[in-house]
Design a protein around this ligand. Structure first.
Ligand code: ADP
Ligand code: MG
Length: 603
């Protein structure tokens, strides 16, 4: 249970709703518990009238309210039965009303808790480092925020409600049963613990089977989804039949398991009915023998009263097993949620951070970085001085460590050795948000939201005007293409919107970075899918845009049109050459080789 401790704060937050809920549970059960007594009274009235007696006395053990109601009925047996019928109906309505309120408080509380918990988890996810996302699959993250949270809700809502309900039902009915006839009470209650335990075990089996089915279903969905999104590859490789066979296998496994579950459930309900029936049967037999033997206090009305009690007890008692397995699942789920909530981001603000305005002087001093979970030494003893307003190109083959440098500049990782400074201030002393806000970063792998074009560009500057959005789009040389879309800037991107080409995506993501208009710009290979003519156009635009800014342009292509102040050639995490375009060509090394190769390819 200690895993559920993080939920306490929520119960405390919604304590009034919770207390009110408990009150309603008690009230709904109080009004329900009067019905068996009244029913017993009706039966006794009938028995008496058959014998020719006029009055059936109210049992001395009845609840005060029941006694008061009965005394108000008058003498006629006909009236008594009619009025008792109406009373039963009224009691049922009152009890039902409180039951409505009980669900409206406790289930509503659980929905509030669910909402809070989802937000808490989502917010925590966002604080975690990119490396956390590398080691946990998206599916896992989704599961914890969706599936696990809803299992915890089954505990904070239904499980707790049924548990309190059970306590109230047992409390009230056992109290009145014992008052009326202790012996019959023991007889009637004897089979119920067996029922509770049996249901608990069967439920555990059902849950295990359902989980297996859930997993199979998720395989099936993934399978189907991949076939739809990969349909072009499947068709061109003529693999339709193979894919179908694969799907059919998964589908068959799912069917087998679903049939197994259906069988277990089919056994479950009749067995439950059997146990409940047993309890009723024993009560009637023992009670009847007592009546025949004229045992003190035994009468037909009481047998009926007890049978109604048993009926009232069966649902809550069967809910014990059910509740217990719900709580168990909630514990497992909350444990999984806690695992993530207790994960601290490795990169976070130190106690004392500063918020300087970045001028654009950047220095790397002997920076060495190894990816923690793979042990790949991506950057080796890297030193570089970049001055305010410098335009620096970082060139190198795939895997040479270029993107890693960009990540380090944004303080997504801490280097194991060396230090990166902005205007002399170490990067880990600068407030994280403040730092990232002041750098325009275009990542290598473009990601756009399923939103309109303008909202995607506005992501870089929340209160941007349409004018600013268009200017940014023009600077990124994508404006004319957006204008050609039917809904222009309101065109939706993504699955339900237009399909953009790789180059268009890259340029929209450049526009998103440009609109921020900060002092430092980091472009990570963001022109790779752009054709040569557009590349030239963007570079001309960028020239003007970048005039007073510091720019680090990472690329595996060489932009000979752009006058870089410094070109760094990276290989296996180390600087192998540096200089300007002219000096590097003159050196006739890796850079010159790359350049010549590119010239051949372009022509
Ligand atoms: P480039 O951008 O020049 O292609 P990267 O900086 O992406 O190079 O990669 C440098 C090296 O680090 C490669 O060997 C790559 O496999 C590895 N690497 C890149 N990103 C990660 C990561 N998130 N986790 C582990 N290893 C990585
Ligand atoms: Mg890269």
């Amino acid at each position: 249970m200690k895993h559920l401790r993080p939920l306490r704060k929520y119960f405390w937050k919604y304590r009034w709703l919770f207390l009110l809920g408990i009150l309603f549970v008690v009230l709904t059960n109080y009004f329900r518990i009067l019905a068996p007594q009244l029913t017993g009274y009706v039966v006794n009235t009938v028995v008496h009238s058959v014998k020719g007696n006029t009055a059936a006395a109210a049992e001395k053990n009845y609840d005060v309210l029941v006694k008061a109601i009965i005394s108000w009925y008058g003498q006629s047996n006909h009236n008594k039965i009619l009025l008792a019928g109406i009373t039963l109906l009224v009691l049922a309505v009152i009890s039902g009303f409180f039951m409505f309120l009980m669900r409206q408080t406790i289930i509503v509380m659980s929905r509030h808790i669910e909402y809070n918990q989802k937000n808490e988890i989502f917010n925590h996810y966002q604080q975690l480092d990119t490396s956390f996302y590398k080691t946990h699959s998206t599916g896992d993250l989704m599961n914890r925020i969706a599936e696990d949270v809803s299992r915890v809700r089954m505990y904070t809502g239904p499980a707790i409600m049924y548990f309190i309900n059970l306590a109230a039902v047992i409390g009230f009915s056992v109290f009145f049963m014992f008052k009326a006839n202790p012996k019959l009470t023991l007889v009637a209650l004897a089979p119920l613990p067996v029922l509770a335990i049996a249901i608990y075990f069967v439920n555990t089996v059902i849950n295990k089977k359902s989980e297996r089915i859930q997993a199979l279903l998720s395989d099936l969905t993934t399978n189907a989804q991949e076939s739809y999104s990969g349909i072009r590859v499947i068709k061109s490789y003529v693999q339709e039949n193979a894919m179908f066979g694969f799907f059919k296998n998964n589908s068959e496994a799912y069917r087998q398991n679903a049939l197994g579950l259906a069988k277990t459930e089919a056994i479950y309900f009749p067995s439950m009915a059997l146990l409940i029936g047993l309890s009723t049967l024993i009560t009637i037999m023992v009670g009847s023998l007592d009546v025949i033997n004229k045992a003190p206090g035994a009468n037909v009305g009481m047998i009926v009263e007890f049978v109604v009690y048993i009926q009232m007890l069966t649902f809550p008692v069967s809910a014990i097993g059910w509740t217990a397995s719900m709580i168990q699942r909630a514990i497992t789920s909350q444990k999984r949620i806690n695992e993530f909530l207790l994960t601290e981001p490795e990169i976070k603000n130190e106690a004392q951070t500063v918020t300087p305005q970045l001028q654009g002087n950047i220095n790397f001093a002997n920076v060495d970085f190894t990816y923690p979970h793979t042990g790949i030494n991506a950057v080796k003893n890297f030193s570089l001085q970049i001055n305010k307003g410098d335009k620096v190109a970082i060139v190198g083959r795939t895997g040479s460590g270029k993107s890693t440098l960009a990540q380090l500049m944004l303080h997504m990782y801490n280097p194991q050795q060396g230090i990166i400074t902005y205007d002399g201030v170490p990067v880990n002393k600068i407030d994280l948000q403040h730092l990232r806000e002041q750098i325009s970063y275009v990542p290598q792998d473009v990601f756009l939201f399923s939103e309109s074009v303008s909202n995607n560009i506005r992501f870089g500057l929340q209160d941007a005007t349409q004018q600013q959005i268009e200017t940014a789009a023009k600077q990124a040389s994508v404006h004319t293409e957006i204008e050609r879309f039917e809904e222009k800037y309101n065109t939706m991107i993504g699955e339900r919107g237009v399909t953009l080409s790789g180059g268009q995506k890259q340029r929209i993501s450049i526009a998103r970075a440009l609109i921020k208009n900060p002092q430092v710009v980091v472009f990570d290979d963001c022109l790779s899918a752009v054709d040569a003519r557009t590349e030239k156009e963007i570079i001309e635009n960028l020239y003007r845009y970048l005039e007073n800014k510091t720019a680090i342009i990472i690329t595996h292509r060489i932009f000979s049109l752009f006058q870089f102040d410094k070109i760094i050639v990276l290989d296996e995490g180390k600087i192998v050459e540096q200089g300007t375009h002219e000096t590097l060509i003159a050196q006739n090394g890796i850079y010159a080789e790359m350049y010549n190769l590119q010239q051949v390819q372009d022509n």
